[in-house]
Write a protein that binds this ligand. Structure first.
Ligand code: PAF
Length: 283
């Protein structure tokens, strides 16, 4: 695996690869490091589809509201590099903050059609604009054919698809299914902040989504949401932040169970950790 820290050297290398590899696709996996199986599934998806896989590790200050959160974000870089090598990633891009946001960088505000203000956006103002700023920098310079994101952050995937439209980026966005721990908890860098017993019990989030999937057609969306709320509330210390059934493309809330293309989005605060999950609802 080759490591680059500057756009200039990375882009030169990619230019050379494009010329010599006869049109192999370039796949890009942006991450903030602290890699787990969820990230590795993105690397594997890129390797299946593309000739060259580029992963970036960059803890993006623009998407953190709280500077403590940013400072405390785990940075196990040696371990991350080892995992990327083991998973046959071709290129790691490891830029500094100054490289991504030079002194003359002007923060952009994208027209996200309100997608950035709902659900996760409510409690984290500016978060999705921060994500879009970094993703625009990467996609507009690296110009990968495909970029891979985890379905676990469903709202983020919808926001990024919108970004590619409004900013006219040519990269195709691929959404890779959620990878779960053995008890069903969606993999996330945040899971390490749970106690061992909390991590075990947190299977109630997926159970909640399964209750919704099982009941919403027959009982109606709002009754099914009540059933899930009671289930979550029965676990001490678990607080349901939101549970929304929405159109899977527009993310507009849906109350009518006959609507097709539905996604259920859930966020639960448990042991001080904000846990996200979601499920595409089948008919
Ligand atoms: O999902 C993440 O880890 C980050 O939001 C991303 C997409 C790498 C942008 O910093």
């Amino acid at each position: 695996m080759v490591i680059f820290r500057q756009f200039e050297t990375l882009l030169k290398h990619l230019y050379f690869l494009k010329k010599t590899t006869n049109g192999l696709g370039f796949g890009f996996v942006p991450t903030m490091g602290a890699l787990h199986e969820g990230h590795l599934s993105l690397i594997r998806a890129s390797r299946r589809e593309c000739g060259v896989t580029i992963c970036s590790i960059f803890v993006n200050p623009a998407q953190f509201g709280d500077s403590n959160d940013l400072e405390e974000y785990p940075k196990p870089i040696e371990q991350d590099i080892e995992l990327l090598v083991k998973n046959a990633c071709d290129i790691l891009f490891l830029p500094s903050v100054e490289e991504v946001y030079p002194v003359d960088y002007v923060n952009q505000c994208y027209d996200l059609n309100g997608l950035d203000l709902r659900f996760e956006g409510k409690s984290r103002p500016g978060h999705f604009q921060g994500v879009c700023n970094v993703i625009y920098r990467f996609l507009s310079l690296i110009k990968p054919d495909f970029a891979y994101f985890g379905q676990k952050d469903y709202q983020q995937t919808v926001v990024i698809k919108r970004l590619t439209e409004v900013a006219q980026l040519n990269t195709i966005i691929r959404v890779v299914p959620i990878v779960r721990e053995s008890n069903g908890l969606a993999m996330s860098s945040r899971n390490i902040r749970l106690s061992a017993s909390g991590r075990n019990k947190a299977s109630f989030i997926l159970e909640g989504l399964e209750i919704l999937q099982k009941n919403f057609r027959v009982q109606g969306i709002s009754k099914a949401i009540d059933l899930v709320s009671w289930h979550i509330a029965s676990f001490e210390g678990a607080e349901l932040d939101y549970l929304i059934v929405a159109d899977s493309t527009s993310l507009k809330e849906v109350k009518d169970e006959e609507h097709t293309d539905l996604v259920a989005l859930i966020a639960v605060n448990y042991e001080g950790v904000h846990l996200l999950d979601n499920m595409i609802l089948s008919q």
